[in-house]
Design a protein around this ligand. Structure first.
Ligand SMILES: Nc1ncnc2c1ncn2[C@@H]1O[C@H](COP(=O)(O)OP(=O)(O)OP(=O)(O)O)[C@@H](O)[C@H]1O
Ligand SMILES: [Mg+2]
Length: 249
């Protein structure tokens, strides 16, 4: 037992230990630093919305978390352990799974073949298909169809299925709304909210705050490579409509 902290004695419920944490993280491309000390925490079962304008550093922050972009300063922690320098394969084995901007599916492969791609993680095709078709029956009907010929929403379901089939603990989602009609975006975010309710921890980068805030448990605003504000989604929503993004939501 640890002694109660100031947070415990407040009215607020004690915060669970973050599963994923960035502490003053710096990173860049070549000689150019683009993240100048990012602080972010993702608790188990939480949905953190990472918001901000073009070029703010959302994708770069997700790339840190998936091991694609190396940390040059600060600490990247998973379940309290520093994992600076761990590569993408090692982080995937630790349960981190990414759906990149543009979904990362292969347009000229079928649904089934796209699922097969994830067998590289050690999961069988049979298990991947079972998870996918049970959650999204439409994918079962389209199993032999080229992924590129499906609707944007169906492609996003495929990307989600492929991610979930590997049984991740942390899901990183980049601009899920891209190219989707508003109704489909809200359907997809409802699904994402359901995944968090099942215990998955989710970090979502999204330029359009309105799409993700309804399912977020907290929101962080990143501007010019720094998280300038973290808080309750409703509060951030109010602030966004008046300030930082000049009304863009
Ligand atoms: N591969 C790269 N090489 C050089 N600079 C890059 C690269 N990728 C991103 N940057 C720069 O890093 C900064 C942050 O970009 P990042 O893609 O992380 O922003 P973002 O918030 O995801 O933007 P968007 O909303 O447009 O997706 C930008 O200034 C961008 O120009
Ligand atoms: Mg981006």
């Amino acid at each position: 037992m640890t002694a109660p902290t100031a947070a415990d004695t407040n009215n607020a419920a004690p915060q669970p230990e973050p599963l994923l944490e960035l502490v003053d993280v710096r990173a860049g491309y070549g000689a150019i630093e683009v993240l100048h000390g990012v602080n972010l925490a993702l608790a188990p079962g939480a949905v953190v919305a990472l918001l901000g304008p073009n070029g703010g550093g959302k994708t770069s922050t997700l790339k840190i978390c998936s091991g694609i972009l190396p940390v040059t300063g600060g600490e990247f922690r998973l379940a309290g352990r520093t994992v600076n320098g761990a590569d993408a394969a090692a982080l995937a084995r630790l349960g981190i799974c990414t759906i990149p901007e543009g979904r990362g599916i292969f347009a000229n492969l079928t649904v089934r073949e796209n699922l097969w791609v994830a067998t590289g993680t050690g999961v069988s095709l049979r298990d991947l298909e079972e998870v996918a078709y049970e959650r999204f029956p439409i994918l079962g009907k389209r199993r032999g169809q080229l992924a590129g010929s499906m609707s944007g929403g169906e492609q996003q379901m495929l990307a989600l299925s492929r991610a979930l089939g590997t049984n991740p603990t942390v899901l990183l989602l980049d601009e899920l709304s891209m190219g989707l009609a508003p109704r489909v975006v809200s359907e997809m975010y409802d699904i994402v909210g359901g995944l968090a309710a099942e215990g998955l921890s989710i970090l979502v980068a999204e330029q359009f705050a309105r799409a993700v805030l309804p399912i977020a448990t907290s929101a962080a605003l990143i501007l010019q490579g720094r998280v300038v504000r973290t808080g309750d989604p409703a509060e951030i929503d109010r602030e966004l409509s008046t300030s930082y993004l000049g009304g863009q939501r």
